[in-house]
Design a protein around this ligand. Structure first.
Ligand code: GDP
Length: 331
């Protein structure tokens, strides 16, 4: 990526554009952070370090749910209701499937038709990468960049399949699970682990014939949530219903998130949660940098190949082989 920073005091100029909320600069900054090139990585790190004092002031909301549950319709309506309050909203997405295909099925502008036209909103299609961890790192950096550009609410969307919910849970303040009513036994189709991570649960498409079923599901889910231990934050998750199509129940969801924010600010768990998340980001980074160094450096490749052969022929235990590699690193 050439010409990211302009000639004269390039970094400072770029940063001041970003801080002034220039969306073209913001988009370029995110692209820079997504780049795999070593030279770009260095520029990205300098940039992130420079903007650090201007980050952290947003409310970060994670939203998950199975495909078709109504995520994009909901985010469109929810985002619009926030921008109508004068808030700047950005939407980022983590899509584990795109890590493989390098495509982007989430976060596309077309999926959030109204919000994408709103000058107070910034929608960024999915970051792509070789691994969920890689995509997650880029999303974390994109959160910081959006904050520096003055976005007050950051929505991180993920499709509800597998590991990505845990990843998103680890980078947001409030985690919202969207769920459909009337799809057979309500509590069957959803993993307990994901429910346990949620700070709020919303039964979507509560309109027309589905409204009654949505209310029933609300009672059932609220009951089920009561059986869980309270979260580390001391917060008891709530269940609401909404119709994004008819714009019903959207304000209540924002009120719930505001209540959560003031509750966790008062009992100091908001700050503690952020600290915990930063520390795990640090630890995960050590992990991935070490791995990258070992697998990309020619210094280790001969030894790794010989260990792989020994493992295949049953001559050494995999854990012991890993130990041998680590010994080389510590030499
Ligand atoms: P996603 O895959 O989770 O992002 O789901 P979408 O937002 O694309 O919605 C999937 C389908 O459900 C679309 O046909 C929407 O029109 C429909 N849908 C979304 N929200 C509502 C709602 O509140 N009420 C009704 N009746 N349909 C909805």
């Amino acid at each position: 990526m050439k010409h990211v920073f302009k000639q004269k005091s390039p970094l400072k100029q770029f940063v001041s554009e970003l801080l002034s909320g220039n969306t073209v600069t913001l988009a370029r900054a995110i692209t820079l952070c997504e780049s795999q090139k070593t030279a770009d990585r260095k520029k990205a790190n300098d940039l992130l370090q420079e903007i650090l004092p201007h980050t952290g002031r947003s409310l970060r909301i994670g939203i998950t749910g199975s495909p078709g549950v109504g995520k994009s319709t909901f985010i469109d309506a929810f985002g619009k209701s926030l921008t109508s309050l004068g808030k700047k909203v950005s939407v980022l997405a983590i899509d584990p499937s795109s890590a493989k295909t390098k495509g982007s099925i989430l976060g596309d502008r077309t999926r959030m038709e109204e919000l994408s036209k709103d000058p107070l909103a910034f929608i960024r299609p999915t970051a792509t990468g070789n691994s969920l961890g890689g995509v997650a790192d880029k999303t974390r950096e994109a959160i910081l960049l959006c904050e520096a550009a003055g976005y007050e609410i950051i929505i991180v969307e993920t499709v509800g399949v597998g590991q990505s919910e845990t990843t998103v849970r680890g980078m947001v303040d409030f985690f919202l699970l969207l769920q459909l009513a009337g799809a057979g036994d309500e509590l069957q189709g959803i993993k307990k682990g994901i429910m346990e991570m949620a700070d709020g649960l919303v039964i979507t498409k509560a309109d027309g014939e589905n409204e009654k079923r949505a209310r029933q599901a609300q009672t059932e889910f609220q009951h089920a949530l009561h059986l869980f231990q309270p979260s580390e934050l001391g917060w008891t998750p709530k269940v609401l219903t909404c119709s994004a199509l008819e714009k019903k129940g959207i304000d209540e969801i924002w009120k719930l998130i505001e209540a959560f924010h003031s509750f966790t600010t008062k009992n100091k768990s908001f700050r503690k949660n952020r600290d915990r998340q930063n520390l795990s980001w640090f630890h995960e980074s050590i992990d991935s940098l070490l791995k990258r160094d070992i697998f990309q450096s020619s210094k280790y490749s001969t030894k790794i190949k010989s260990m792989e052969k020994k493992i295949s022929s049953g001559k050494i235990m995999p854990s012991l082989a890993a130990d041998e590699i680590l010994k080389m690193l510590l030499k």
